[in-house]
Design a protein around this ligand. Structure first.
Ligand code: ARG
Length: 468
């Protein structure tokens, strides 16, 4: 896509007697990345031209011609008729140079009071506003799916784990809601990134502003930014809005990786809790029996690229003196890579989790393992007036007794219970079911049906708010 033609001189060539080495052209260009900013670059130029007209630098006629030419250039690029040239380094100089080619003297006025340093910041912020908005739309759809799963599976009981060891029974709906809340915080983090991104850099110039009476409030309104950046030096050297995006992207992929890991474990024959949709699994080229959870493994695997992107940009910025340095041109690769990954992971997880099915009859025997109800028994004795530390000790002894005698707690007779403590009465049998263990955990935020339903309602309300 990149043209190389010796006649096309860089727009800064006046100061130079020699031309750049061929390798320098390739080393210096950013077209491979920033060509995707062409719409934003043209949008920024339109706003800048209108402002120059409003302050009397462009006549109405000049403005009309420039706007018309910018429209044409946008079409030329969209149709692939205007190909970027590496002599012109980046999207900014390619578009400006085409404008000059079309309008001559008149086109040469567009860069008045503007530098590529504030121009690239403008393009990038406009681009990220749209890109983050897209991600948030997808993330809201994913959150809807988690709510739907939580509702469907509120009465499915599975073992809950700590240290990947059987701990206590939980509602599968409660599990899905755990991820609903985690991912809803990612949504908020994208909101924060959006807020930091949404300021107008145009008018900062190369670093110090302009001697011309540029009206930044004019371009701010034109470009629909919520505020103007306050300090021109800060403006052209600032990339922390991208770091905020990359951090939000990183926590999102971390959460995606963790839910993937659970599901990978759950679909092994050892667990066999869920059936994954065929559409997101692959087979083995050798072993005809295999159905592998590749989509989930890739989600887990792609996490590292996004987190590295955050580190990449942090490392880039770490030692930079104010203000703009060319290092900053390297700010696009990690962000674009993360944008692509986050979008794909969202598309995949939304569909995959939307069609996942719990295997209720395969889960049932797991609920008999691991003495899941031990805490319930200890708390039963607390109600009978025994201090918790002592009840813990008593039930620990009972579990040991069961292990030795190959029994579950549910199988013990009243005589065996009472041999351990006389406080045990016949009502102990009322609490010895996973269902009652779940139902009785009705503390705010607990796993009881009533609490999961409350969370689902709160989640619905949150989603409505987020959409606004
Ligand atoms: N293409 C550059 C970037 O992406 C903007 C150019 C600024 N160049 C300069 N020599 N000041 O950051």
């Amino acid at each position: 896509m990149i043209n190389s033609n010796k006649q096309d001189k860089a727009l800064w060539s006046g100061r130079f007697s020699g031309s750049p080495a061929e390798i320098m052209l390739h080393f210096s260009q950013s077209i491979d990345m920033d060509w995707s900013f062409y719409k934003q670059d043209i949008q920024g130029s339109r706003a800048h031209a209108k402002m120059l007209n409003a302050i009397g630098i462009l006549t109405n006629e000049e403005l009309g011609e420039i706007l018309k030419a910018l429209d044409e250039i946008e079409i030329e690029i969209a149709e692939g008729k205007l190909q970027p040239k590496i002599q012109l380094e980046d999207v900014h100089m390619n578009i400006e140079s085409r404008l000059i080619e079309k309008l001559g003297h008149m086109g040469a006025k567009i860069h008045t009071g503007r530098s590529r340093n504030d121009q690239v910041a403008t393009d990038y912020r406009l681009y990220m506003k749209a890109a983050i908005g897209e991600i948030q739309k997808k993330l809201a759809a994913f959150l809807e799916v988690l709510l739907k799963k939580a509702k469907e599976d509120v009465d499915v009981i599975v073992p809950g784990f700590t240290h990947l060891q059987h701990a206590q029974p939980i509602s599968l709906g409660h599990y899905w809601m755990a991820y609903f809340w985690k991912f809803s915080r990612d949504y908020r983090r994208f909101d924060n990134a959006l807020f930091t991104t949404d300021v107008n850099p145009l008018g900062a110039g190369a670093l110090a502003g302009s001697t011309l009476p540029l009206d930044r409030e004019f371009t701010r309104k034109e470009l629909d930014f919520r505020a103007n950046t306050e300090n021109s030096l800060d403006t052209v050297s600032d990339r922390d809005y991208l770091l905020e995006f990359l951090f939000a992207a990183s926590t999102f992929v971390l959460n995606s990786s963790r839910i993937s890991e659970d599901l990978i474990i759950w679909c092994t024959s050892e667990f066999d809790f869920v059936d994954l949709p065929d559409a997101f699994c692959t087979g083995s080229s050798m072993m005809p029996n295999k159905k592998n959870p590749d989509a989930l493994e890739l989600t887990r695997g792609k996490t590292s690229g996004v987190i590295s992107g955050l580190q990449d940009l942090m490392m880039n910025i770490k030692g930079l003196p104010l203000t703009y340095n060319r290092d900053l041109q390297e700010d696009k690769r990690p962000v674009f890579h993360s944008l692509a990954t986050v979008n794909m992971v969202l598309d995949v997880l939304t569909q995959l989790i939307g069609s996942i099915k719990p295997k209720v009859d395969k889960i049932a025997p797991h609920l008999q393992k691991g003495f899941l109800l031990a805490t319930d028994v200890a708390e039963y004795l607390v109600i009978k007036g025994i201090p918790f530390r002592e009840t813990h000790e008593i039930v620990g002894g009972l579990v040991q007794y069961c292990i030795k005698n190959g029994k579950t707690l549910e199988e013990l007779t009243i005589e065996e219970w009472q041999a351990y403590n006389s406080a045990f009465e016949n009502d102990i049998f009322d609490i010895l079911s996973p269902q009652s263990a779940v139902d009785r955990r009705s503390t705010f935020g607990g796993t009881a049906r009533s609490e999961v339903l409350r969370q689902i309602q709160a989640g619905k309300e949150l989603l409505q708010q987020l959409g606004k």
